[in-house]
Design a protein around this ligand. Structure first.
Ligand code: BGC
Length: 501
């Protein structure tokens, strides 16, 4: 077809020729602000290692390093039918997963329910009531007129929770823009179970799971090299398998130090004390205006929820700046609305395949009512690249830190989330940063067959949560009840599983 540009993003070399000096000065300033050189990446990673270690001590640090009581990798012989519930930011997903006799195989049925926006700032009764309604609908739809034994459930609750038991979790704080009163500081399981009981829904919560732990376990189901599970999505976090002997805050339990224990790092909280991350004024504004200022410092610089907002804040600032006025004389009403641009918008800017950035121009015109000239479009594109690149490079610091802490020269990392799956060049930029931090030879850092390789994960909040529920039931059957609050009621569940087989 005539008139279509190339598919691959063209090199933008030379495209700055028409950009006036004041914009060039601004672009240089932004490059300075948002670029994280190799030396800084290394310093961040080293500090990160110390903070991971500190989080495991009795005194603790700002990274929570939550023991999850998921104490084994699957061996592929897990069987049975499990429910999995994923309370994500936009959707609620319910799955029924049957782990089959054939090693590593499973059947899955699933339904999605919209998570109403008002719920995120509503009351806790509304939240649990809505979730229980969805589960009830799912069961009624898929098991019409069946006599059901209690089904075991793996509940993926992707917020920081302190877990003394796997079937328990005290929400430390809401993240990702959630702000529901009366949940922080409390165990989320009893009100959830009460809402199910009120409706007579035959479900037994077997494991409360973080999405990163689910990702780790689901990915390890099919890949024995898997050592870390990561989410690069609306939020950002990782989990890995530690040995109990390296977790001083569990010493009082006198467990076998060789036992494995999945740790949900909650690394979004890294550097809440602002010692090392190169925060810009824009990052500071994001934090100040957020429902939880002072929290999730690292996450606020890299996660999908914030990327579009950082971009928006820079553009508004440049419009108002005295040295350079972009979008001069135009109505910026739409752009001035907080969180009006998401990471998808930024992705689309980076993905614009046309030399003249005509897709970006259309997006600004159609979505924001702003008409951009060519130099402004060049600045917009460069800014998106800088923000996206910084996110990928900082994310790599966390991955490198876990590897360094554990002394792993080689590892597979299972990653999921909208930023990892959809944001252009995120994977390559992350691989390049890992190479710089870990000093790999020149031909590495391409993402494929690198010593530490970040790979697309298996379905963590579905299959992962089901596997963790299965592993928990297996432990109960073997009488290994450490970190399980309600082993007796779980035994009933596992007997029903056996009967069903
Ligand atoms: C939450 C984590 C979660 C991550 C990715 C963060 O905001 O605190 O629990 O794993 O988002 O979903």
């Amino acid at each position: 077809m005539v008139g279509l540009g190339p598919k691959k993003p063209p090199s933008r070399k030379g495209s700055m020729a028409d950009v006036p000096q004041d914009l060039i000065t601004q672009i240089n300033r932004l490059e300075e602000l948002f670029t994280v050189p190799a030396k800084k990446l290394k310093a961040i990673s080293d500090h990160f290692v110390d903070e991971l270690t500190k989080g495991l001590t009795v005194e603790g640090g700002s990274i929570p390093m939550n023991p999850t009581w998921c104490m084994a990798f699957p061996d592929g012989n897990e069987t049975g039918t499990f429910l999995a519930l994923d309370m994500g930011g936009t959707n609620l997903r319910v799955c029924e997963i049957t782990l089959l006799e054939e090693k590593g195989e499973f059947d899955i049925i699933q339904s999605k329910y919209k998570m109403p926006e008002e719920l995120k700032t509503g009351t806790s009764e509304e939240l649990w009531g809505y979730i229980a309604d969805c589960l009830q609908q799912f069961i009624e739809y898929h098991h019409q007129e069946e006599e059901l034994d209690e089904l075991p459930l793996g509940f993926t609750f992707s917020y920081p929770a302190t877990q003394d038991y796997i079937d328990h979790g005290v929400l430390q704080r809401w993240t990702k823009g959630f702000d529901i009163e009366g949940v922080e500081g409390n165990d989320v399981v009893p009100p959830f179970e009460a809402a199910l009981a009120e409706r007579g829904v035959p479900i037994r919560l077997t494991a409360l799971v973080n999405d990163t732990t689910g990702t780790l376990i689901a990915s390890a189901y099919t890949d024995t090299e898997m050592k870390i599970g990561c989410i690069f999505g609306t939020g950002c976090n990782a989990a890995y398998m530690e040995n109990v002997g390296s977790i001083p805050k569990l010493a009082h339990m006198n467990l076998d130090p060789e036992l494995p224990m999945a740790i949900n790092c909650e690394w979004g909280a890294f550097d809440n004390e602002h010692q090392i991350l190169p925060r810009t004024t824009y990052d500071i504004i994001i934090d100040k205006e957020s429902p939880r200022p002072g929290q999730q410092s690292f996450e606020k610089m890299i996660a999908g929820l914030y990327l579009g907002e950082i971009f928006r804040l820079v553009l508004v600032d440049l419009h108002e700046s005295l040295e350079c006025k972009i979008f001069e004389g135009q109505d910026l009403g739409k752009l001035k609305k907080p969180y009006s641009l998401d990471a998808g918008f930024l992705s689309a800017v980076e993905e614009d395949p046309f030399e003249n950035l005509s897709e970006t121009e259309d997006m600004f015109r159609n979505k924001l009512g702003i008409v951009c000239n060519k130099p402004e479009l060049e600045l917009i594109r460069r800014l998106a690249e800088l923000i996206g690149t910084r996110a990928a490079r900082l994310s790599a610091c966390g991955v490198a830190a876990i590897c360094k802490k554990k002394g792993w020269d080689k590892a597979h990392v299972g990653a999921d989330g909208s930023v990892f799956n959809k944001y252009p060049h995120f994977k390559q930029r992350g691989a390049q940063a890992l190479k710089e931090i870990l000093d790999w030879p020149a031909h590495k850092g391409k993402g494929k067959n690198d010593p530490v390789e970040i790979l697309p994960a298996e379905d963590g909040s579905g299959v992962g949560a089901a596997l963790i529920a299965a592993l928990t039931l297996k432990r109960v059957q073997q009488g290994q009840n450490a970190g399980i609050r309600n082993p007796d009621s779980m035994l009933k569940c596992s007997a029903a599983q056996k009967k069903a087989k």
